[in-house]
Design a protein. Structure first.
Length: 415
């Protein structure tokens, strides 16, 4: 039977969906603008991705305590408006003949920072909005939406870029954030915020609050280390796969899109199955089984060759990997929310996201160097081998037996 999560959840879900589709619609637009419009060299294009990610993570990490102590809906609306303004500045500057590489870098940082803050606020609000026993269903719907957008967005975005150019595609992405802000504004329920400290200013302890909570909880600590390492090692190979398939193996653009578009549908299927599998077999068993499987399949990319067999190998490997991720991710996201008290949720989520993105940026650079010293295929294989060890960091069954932390009395409910 389909679980009903209420109209306010539907509005939050719709806001997430429209901004996610906008983001994937404009996927690859910034590198194309940097190359085609600004004639930036390859290193500058790589720096745009890595530096923007790293700086945004650092800034967003500092924003965690600020998000924690404020009502979450206004924060989400503000972050959407920041993203809208940043993205809309690109086509405006282009039309005025003022677009520069520096502006793209600033927009990348602002957009990335606002995205992390929005995710932290929305996660904390989701914990308030949805009953604890329905969080897995809610996270599954978010996860499924993300994978469908991943599958559909880039091909549509590629067509839009081909017809109208990357600058107009960025404008479409900008308006998706405006629509997201309007969706959050339509939510009519209450809100939640942790009480503010009477001491003025931001203290060092505030910045470390999320990190300290993650470290002290054995299960969260292991989930954190597992998730950021798996995500970092997978993301480190994304640019190398593009170089290998498009550069060395001469796949056509549509083949490359097909290789990653079709497997993303497996994420949608996995997300739909996640709650059902947990109901039948138990959360811990499904988490461990698919946590292991998602770390086993990437080694299959070591056997990618040119031509149709290589294309089929990528589709199968990525399809199995993403299906496992679609099942695993809602479970670990639910475990994270249920183990985190309401007054720490935003800080934990912002710390988690910021440190994850910092590691991704560092591994992207490191794997780029490794590929230069060896080859893209060797670097991809190295990542696959290292991933085989990451399931050892998954929580033990005894570490997941602690009761869910109750919402503390000092959390402020905002009407």
């Amino acid at each position: 039977m389909r679980v009903r999560l209420g109209r306010d959840f539907g509005r939050l879900w719709s806001a997430y969906a429209v901004s996610t589709y906008g983001t994937w619609l404009a996927f690859g637009a910034f590198p194309l603008i940097a190359v085609d419009v600004l004639h930036a060299p390859a290193f500058a294009v790589s720096l745009l991705e890595a530096a923007g990610l790293a700086v945004a993570a650092v800034v967003a990490y500092a924003l965690g305590p600020w998000v924690e102590h404020r009502a979450k809906r206004p924060v989400m609306i503000a972050m959407d408006l920041f993203r809208f303004a940043a993205m809309a500045s690109v086509p405006i500057a282009y039309l005025l003949g003022l677009l520069s590489y520096g502006q793209l870098l600033v927009v990348s940082v602002v957009s990335g920072t606002a995205s992390i803050a929005f995710t932290a606020a929305s996660g904390a609000y989701l914990k308030y909005l949805v009953r604890s026993d329905h969080l897995l269903v809610a996270n599954g719907r978010f996860e499924g939406t993300s994978w469908v957008a991943t599958a559909v967005g880039p091909p549509l975005g590629g067509a839009l870029i081909g017809l109208l150019g990357p600058v107009i595609t960025v404008l479409a992405d900008a308006f998706s954030y405006l629509l997201s802000a309007l969706g959050v504004l339509r939510i009519r329920g209450g809100d939640v915020a942790a009480p503010r400290d009477v001491a003025p200013g931001l203290r060092r302890g505030d910045l470390l609050g999320g990190w300290r909570f993650i470290v002290r909880d054995h299960a969260l600590r292991r989930l954190f280390l597992n998730s950021i390492l798996v995500g970092g090692l997978i993301m480190a190979t994304a640019p190398l796969l593009a170089v290998l398939l498009l550069g060395q193996y001469h796949f056509r653009a549509w083949q490359y899109g097909l290789a990653f578009g079709i497997p993303a549908l497996g994420g949608f299927v996995g997300a739909r199955l996640s709650a059902r599998l947990v109901t039948r077999y138990g959360r811990y068993r499904i988490m461990i089984v698919f946590g292991w499987l998602r770390s086993l399949f990437p080694i299959g990319l070591a056997f990618v060759h040119p031509g149709f067999p290589g294309l089929l190998t990528v589709i199968i490997v990525e399809g199995l990997l993403i299906t496992c991720m679609g099942i695993f991710n809602p479970i670990y996201a639910t475990e994270r929310l249920q183990r985190t008290p309401a007054q720490h949720t935003a800080q934990v989520l912002s710390t988690w996201s910021a440190l994850s993105k910092l590691l991704q940026a560092a591994l992207m650079v490191s794997w780029g160097v490794l590929a230069s010293l060896t080859s893209p295929l060797a670097a991809i294989t190295t990542s696959g081998v290292l991933l085989l060890a990451t399931p050892l960091l998954l929580p033990r069954r005894r570490q997941l037996t602690a009761p869910e932390p109750a919402a503390p009395a000092d959390v402020v409910r905002v009407a």
